[in-house]
Ligand binder design. Structure first.
Ligand code: THU
Length: 183
């Protein structure tokens, strides 16, 4: 069974007004571009060992523009060397100068999306996959604790939670005297 406090929004009810993601400050365009980018990234996953494809996408605002940066999981024959989609996406944003933690001229993460091939089944209580613990900590480095994390299943059904709900009492850059991202 799904934990009682986690709601699943079915793609079949997505014309609902207001849409659930609007409560997290996201527009229809934001939501759909995140879903599309994460899904496309998932199709590029390199996962010959687990065969578990994951795509991630970040909505990053800078001045009045928004950009979507994606990543997929990249596995390795030496298993622990492989990387999750979320960490690839954040690395991509940093390496491309879109996220500059601690600097004034960097972008601000407005939302994170993750998609897998898991299928929500309300009868069986199957939930969309959520970011692993290591990725939650990685996300914490770059995002405000209120940032929404959208967890899509294969069919566009989703759950949405704030980072702090997924990682309460977290440890971050401020604990080491580093300002971290512009929030
Ligand atoms: N994986 C992700 O990409 N993100 C997560 O948050 C959970 C797990 C990947 C790692 C590995 O390539 C595959 O999923 C199976 O664990």
């Amino acid at each position: 069974m799904a934990p009682p406090n986690v709601e699943i929004y079915l793609s079949s009810t997505q014309c609902q007004h207001p849409a659930p993601y609007q409560a997290f400050g996201l527009t229809y365009e934001n939501f759909h571009s995140l879903h599309t980018a994460a899904n496309e990234a998932k199709s590029r996953a390199y996962c010959p060992y687990s065969k578990f494809r994951v795509g991630a996408a970040l909505l990053i605002s800078k001045n009045s523009d928004v950009e979507v940066i994606a990543g997929c999981n990249v596995e390795n024959a030496a298993y622990p060397v492989g990387t999750c989609a979320e960490r690839v996406a954040f690395g991509n944003a940093v390496a491309n100068g879109i996220l500059k933690p601690g600097q004034q001229d960097g972008g601000i993460v407005k939302a994170v999306a993750v998609i897998t091939d898991v299928e929500v089944d309300m009868e069986k209580g199957t939930m969309p996959a959520s970011p692993c613990g290591m990725c939650r900590q990685f996300i914490r480095e770059f995002c405000d604790l209120n940032v929404p994390i959208i967890m899509f299943d294969k069919n566009g059904n989703y759950a949405i939670m704030r980072l702090e709900e997924l990682l309460p009492l977290s440890f971050g850059p401020e604990n080491l005297g580093v300002p971290g991202p512009s929030r």
